[in-house]
Design a protein around this ligand. Structure first.
Ligand code: DGY
Length: 318
């Protein structure tokens, strides 16, 4: 069963081998209906807003595989899946370049105030002179990447082309960081030295609330803060206060906490912020590739084969 619509090619592939139930509505599937469908389902194709936890799995006695069209899986209780011998498949790799593009676009758009310029023109204010804030240079500045995984590396490539100096912080230093021309530094040094900070760490108990008052206070007052990972990595209240008091210069977010963020949220009243609606991977090509990989994960699990991308491979086919 699918908790939401997917792309035609992926759906067709699934329908060729399975009887399929799809929640077609754009609102989330009601939990009670999901539980009801799961009574019989052998495969679950989930979306990021469905909590796959012990309670849900207990209602799914026949479930043999869970697949999701995303690389992040903070909505999935992996240990609970593993305890029940259910493999979980995600979609790493296929969204790296698209997500790096969007992340870098947030950096460029905020540094050069692209949306302010557009609002200025659109409102008909462009008459005698241009009355919007000046941007800042990228060339020669320092970019700090927190979370140098595949997407971080793809952002680093783009940043080098713009003449940015690169520092990064990760759980551990990368063996290839000389090739990346990126210097490994402690978290505190990154906060203190970076002109632009890009966050790309997965959400976990360790990263939840990683950026709060203390961290924003360590940043330069000219710092630009960009989050393209998950909203709860940032303490939203602390971010709001540091932007409101100009403790840091600017924030650009593709993810928020809460998500979706409502139109009357205090963050939206600030002039030094840019928010996009969690669209890091949202291109035709990439979303198609993600759906296809998720379908392949689902079908492999149902056939009792190894999943092409499995997060808990210890439970794979005995
Ligand atoms: C991902 O794949 O994790 C993206 O953030 C979309 O949820």
């Amino acid at each position: 069963m699918l908790t939401g619509k997917t792309w035609p090619a992926a759906l067709e592939a699934i329908q060729k081998e399975c009887e399929v139930k799809v929640w077609e509505d754009s609102s989330p599937i009601p939990r009670s209906l999901l539980m009801e469908w799961l009574q019989e389902a052998e495969g679950l194709f989930s979306t990021g807003d469905v909590q796959v936890n012990e309670e849900l799995l207990a209602a799914a006695p026949n479930l043999r595989v869970v697949a999701q069209s995303s690389v992040g899986y903070d909505n999935i209780d992996i240990e609970a899946c593993t305890r029940r011998g259910i493999p979980f498949g995600n979609t790493p790799g296929v969204l790296v370049e698209a997500t790096a593009d969007l992340t870098f676009a947030l950096l460029l758009s905020s540094a050069r105030r692209i949306h302010e310029g557009w609002e200025f023109v659109k409102s008909g204010s462009w008459k005698n002179g241009v009355n919007i804030s000046l941007g800042v240079d990228l060339f020669g500045k320092t970019l700090g990447i927190v979370g140098m995984g595949d997407i971080g590396c793809a952002v680093a490539r783009r940043a080098r082309a713009c003449g940015l100096k690169l520092i990064y912080h990760n759980r551990s230093q990368r063996a290839d960081d000389q090739l990346l021309e990126a210097q490994y530094v402690s978290f505190d040094v990154l906060l203190e030295q970076a002109d632009f900070i890009i966050v790309l760490v997965p959400l976990s108990n360790n990263s939840r609330g990683m950026f709060g008052r203390k961290e924003f206070a360590k940043m330069k007052s000219s710092a630009y803060f960009i989050n393209a990972s998950r909203g709860p990595i940032v303490d939203t209240e602390a971010l709001y206060e540091s932007l409101r008091t100009n403790q840091i210069a600017y924030a650009a977010l593709d993810v928020t906490d809460p998500e979706p963020i409502s139109g009357d949220h205090p963050l939206l009243s600030l002039s030094n912020i840019l928010i996009t609606p969690h669209v890091g991977s949202a291109t035709y090509e990439t979303r198609n590739r993600m759906a296809n990989l998720a379908a392949n994960n689902l079908l492999a699990g149902l056939r009792g084969e190894k999943l092409p991308a499995c997060v808990n491979p210890s439970v794979q086919v005995k």
